[in-house]
Each structure stands twice: as structure tokens, then as C-alpha cells.
Design a protein around this ligand. Structure first.
Ligand SMILES: Nc1nc2c(ncn2[C@@H]2O[C@H](COP(=O)(O)OP(=O)(O)O)[C@@H](O)[C@H]2O)c(=O)[nH]1
Ligand SMILES: [Mg+2]
Length: 312
């Protein structure tokens, strides 16, 4: 595995249990009782996908292709339908896979700089800690910049996480200019010969133009220190929010040049199907998913393994 990658199939399966129970159990119930695969079965399957937050268009597409795939199959078994369905689901998820990995960028840039943004409570700070953990595990020197200067508790929360993970955190007093924190974090990281810088930011709504302007300023200031920075800008989305998460991603991408998405809290929701819509509708690759609260629980997103986790 490359730098910063983390994957554990059993944990993925456990983490997706709620969505899986909803989706897969309904699918097997529908298929198992049927002697013949007629149009009615496909309609039922389509309805299951739609009601699992996969969305109408994507569900139609998946079922159409599954139906087509079955036309040329001699094997009319339940297992075969599942196999083709899984393949189609995985295809939707890999539509916008990244060619340049985080690992490639780390090899090309020292320090490699990552900016983490999103609405309040999406899971940004927790995700920053988990990312730091993944990088540290690979022997990289990590510095976290605490650019959420808005809340008093933000520094404290990040410090607790950083101590737990065993990485350094650069911070200034509450109320400081977030851009100043970003700037000084980079200078600090260069002096310390760090490999990776992760900048945490305050939660913001895309409707607040001053906050969105602040993001651009952070970016400009980072570029004063390292012209190619930030090397990645990741939007964190709470998987529980379903359709709203999709709307958030669309809105944020209007203001910020997003290079990737991170979807958190999939372990706590049956709405994980939203991932299929997000991957299908946005031209932004999904990089990581959060499947639990511990530092180990941020996984690299792998389309085929993700689809497989639903059917095993
Ligand atoms: N179960 C679960 N909880 C998560 C996950 N990611 C974040 N959280 C929780 O979400 C809450 C908000 O997280 P936080 O990082 O403070 O969000 P922020 O406001 O975006 O920085 C915290 O209670 C986290 O423990 C996840 O993948 N799974
Ligand atoms: Mg936070």
C-alpha cells in the first residue's frame, strides 16, 4: 500500500453493516423467492436501490445494465444476478477514480500539504487526526495546523487527538487569523523537515460568502510559502446527511477547487447508498471513508471492495 493508505475488509464490512442490512437483505429476499427472473423482479430491485439513497437515475442505470448482462447469461441463478449487480455497483463507484494518488504527491512534494474543509460537525477534526495516524504509521513526519480559530475548544480537541496519535500540532490563540495559522504552520513544517502538513479548518456554510472568501485567502497564503500548495483540498461530508451531503458537495465545489471527498460516519447510518450518487454525479474522486470513531477507522476508498462488502 502507498503512503497514507489504510484498508481492512472486515472493518469495512462491519462499518457498513447498517446500510448493508437495508440494501442487501432486501435484495436477497426479493431474489430468493423467485423462480423466474421476470420484469417484475427487476422493478422490485430498482425500487430497493432507490429507497436505499442510491437515487433514481443511478438505480435505473444499474438495473438496466444488470438486465442487459443477464441476457447473455446461461446461468439464471440468484448468485449470478448478485454477481452482475455487484459489478455494476462497483463500476458506478470507480467513475472518477484518481490517477495521481496521495502517495505520488507525497513523493513529489516535501512537505505535501492537505487542506480539510466542510460544514460544522462533518467530522473534519476527527478525520484530520485519523489521516495523521495513517501517515505516521507509514513513517512520515506529520504536522497538523489548527486553523479552526473560531471556537475555543477547537485547539484543545485537536491537541488531544494529536497527542493520542503522536504528531505535532501548530496552533495560535482563539480568534487568530486562520490564514496566519496556515502560513506559520507551513514555515514550521519546513523548518522541522516534515513530510506532511494537514490543515484543519472551521466549519463553514457555503452560503456565507465571507467564510468562503476566507478559504481562498488560506489557499493564497499557503502558496506564498509553497507555490504548489495545497496539493489536495478535501471536502468532508457526513454520510448521515444523505441527499443533503450531495447538495453540500455541489455547492462547495463552486467555491473551492476540491481535489477529493471524504465521507464520514458510514458506520452510524443506513444511508450509505448516497455514496453511489455522490460518485456518479460529482466529478470529484472519493478518497477516504470513515467507518468508526477510532483512529484506525479512516479507510482508503476502494470501489470494488466497497461493492463487495455489501454482498458478502
Ligand atoms: N461513528 C463515527 N463518528 C464519527 C466519524 N467521524 C467523525 N465522527 C464523530 O463526529 C463528531 C464530529 O466530529 P468533528 O471531527 O469534531 O467534526 P468537525 O466539526 O467537522 O471538526 C465527533 O463526535 C466524531 O467522533 C466516523 O467515521 N464514525
Ligand atoms: Mg473541527
Amino acid at each position: 500500500m502507498g503512503f497514507g493508505e489504510n484498508f481492512n475488509f472486515r472493518k469495512l464490512k462491519d462499518g457498513l453493516k447498517k446500510t448493508k442490512d437495508k440494501l442487501f437483505n432486501s435484495i436477497s429476499e426479493t431474489l430468493q423467492g423467485k423462480a423466474i427472473l421476470d420484469e417484475k423482479v427487476y422493478e422490485e430491485l430498482e425500487e430497493i436501490l432507490v429507497t436505499s439513497d442510491i437515487g433514481y437515475d443511478v438505480s435505473m442505470q444499474i438495473i438496466d445494465r444488470t438486465r442487459e448482462g443477464m441476457l447473455t447469461e446461461k446461468d439464471r441463478s440468484y448468485e449470478k444476478v448478485i454477481e452482475i449487480l455487484e459489478k455494476q455497483l462497483s463500476k458506478v463507484l470507480s467513475k472518477y477514480e484518481d490517477k495521481v494518488t496521495i502517495s505520488d504527491k507525497i513523493k513529489a512534494n516535501k512537505p505535501y500539504v492537505m487542506l480539510i474543509i466542510g460544514v460544522n460537525g462533518a467530522g473534519k477534526t476527527t478525520t484530520v487526526a485519523k489521516l495523521a495516524h495513517n501517515f505516521k504509521k507509514d513513517g512520515l513526519k506529520v504536522v497538523i495546523g489548527s486553523a479552526d480559530t473560531f471556537r475555543a475548544a477547537a485547539n484543545e480537541q485537536l491537541e488531544i487527538w494529536a497527542n493520542r496519535v503522536g504528531v505535532e500540532v501548530f496552533q495560535k490563540e482563539k480568534g487568530s487569523d486562520p490564514s496566519a495559522v496556515a502560513f506559520e504552520t507551513l514555515e514550521y513544517a519546513i523548518n522541522e523537515n516534515s513530510d506532511v502538513v494537514i490543515i484543519d479548518t472551521a466549519g463553514r456554510l457555503h452560503t456565507k460568502s465571507n467564510l468562503m472568501e476566507e478559504l481562498s485567502k488560506i489557499k493564497r497564503v499557503l502558496q506564498k510559502v509553497i507555490p504548489s500548495a495545497p496539493h489536495d483540498v478535501f471536502l468532508v461530508i457526513d454520510g448521515n446527511t444523505g441527499q443533503n451531503g450531495l447538495v453540500q458537495a455541489k455547492e462547495f465545489s463552486k467555491y473551492a477547487e476540491l481535489s477529493g471527498l471524504i465521507i464520514t460516519k458510514l458506520d452510524g447510518t443506513a444511508k450509505g447508498g448516497i455514496i453511489f450518487q455522490i460518485c456518479s454525479e460529482l466529478k470529484i474522486p472519493l478518497k477516504y471513508i470513515g467507518v468508526g470513531e477510532s483512529v484506525e477507522d479512516l479507510q482508503s476508498f476502494n470501489p470494488s471492495e466497497f461493492a463487495k462488502a455489501f454482498f458478502e
